[in-house]
Design a protein around this ligand. Structure first.
Ligand SMILES: Nc1ncnc2c1ncn2[C@@H]1O[C@H](COP(=O)(O)OP(=O)(O)OP(=O)(O)O)[C@@H](O)[C@H]1O
Ligand SMILES: [Mg+2]
Length: 199
């Protein structure tokens, strides 16, 4: 009997009424709005605290969008004590912390040959967290999975930071969702302010 083989159809969607709902995919992108340099540093610090020491973070965004500011926060989260500033002229700086932080700035890099001669991707390099400013210049040279953070200027003191996991990494996905949860709950009630006593 034909009817016995076919499950009844849902009148609205036209698919079998017994079909299980499609599993909800976890978000692979989260967006943060920062209203001050200290908020951006707090976000970086919380990110740094959650890193285990083998992550690469690619930062892209125009001049003055807050990339170095964010890295300063990441450094704090990794217990780096030396002041962090832009390695624009030296291309790369390394800091000791809970794990090594390698800070690149690709603004002045001419081509990928320069990248190799500077030791980027060299397996002999000390492991640790790698953060790259102006990563959009050679994004295809970064081996996935990595965290890509795009910074945009949305006002004099406001910035939008969009975090995406490039490649497959359930851990990085969890990390950015956890960070978003912290961001949503750390408001102390006043719009545009963030309570981070450790900062
Ligand atoms: N919400 C904010 N987050 C971060 N920086 C902000 C914010 N509001 C204002 N600023 C200012 O913007 C500037 C950001 O400078 P920063 O050096 O971090 O940018 P950058 O993206 O690294 O620039 P560059 O491309 O030149 O390296 C600082 O002067 C900082 O005080
Ligand atoms: Mg910078």
């Amino acid at each position: 009997m034909g009817t016995a083989l076919t499950p009844p159809r849902s009148p609205r969607r036209g698919r079998p009424a017994t079909a299980a709902p499609a599993p909800r995919k976890p978000a692979r992108q989260v967006v943060f709005g920062s209203n001050s340099p200290s908020e951006t540093r707090s976000l970086g610090r919380q990110l740094g605290r959650r890193l285990c020491g083998e992550e690469t973070i690619a930062l892209s965004g125009p001049l003055g969008s807050g990339k170095t500011c964010l890295v300063q926060g990441v450094g704090r989260g990794l217990n780096v004590t030396l002041p962090i500033n832009s390695p624009s002229y030296v291309l790369m700086k390394r800091y000791r912390g809970r794990v090594t932080l390698t800070h690149w700035d690709w603004y002045r890099l001419a081509d990928t040959a320069d990248l190799e001669s500077c030791g980027f991707g060299d397996p002999q390099m000390e492991p640790g967290v790698v953060v790259i400013e102006w990563a959009e210049r050679f994004l295809d040279q970064i081996e996935p999975p990595f965290l890509h953070i795009e910074l945009a200027l949305t006002g004099w003191r406001s910035r939008r930071l969009t975090m995406r996991v490039r490649g497959r990494s359930a851990r990085l996905g969890r990390l950015i969702r956890e960070l978003k949860k912290w961001w949503m709950t750390s408001r102390d009630g006043r719009p545009g302010t963030r309570h981070d006593p450790g900062h």
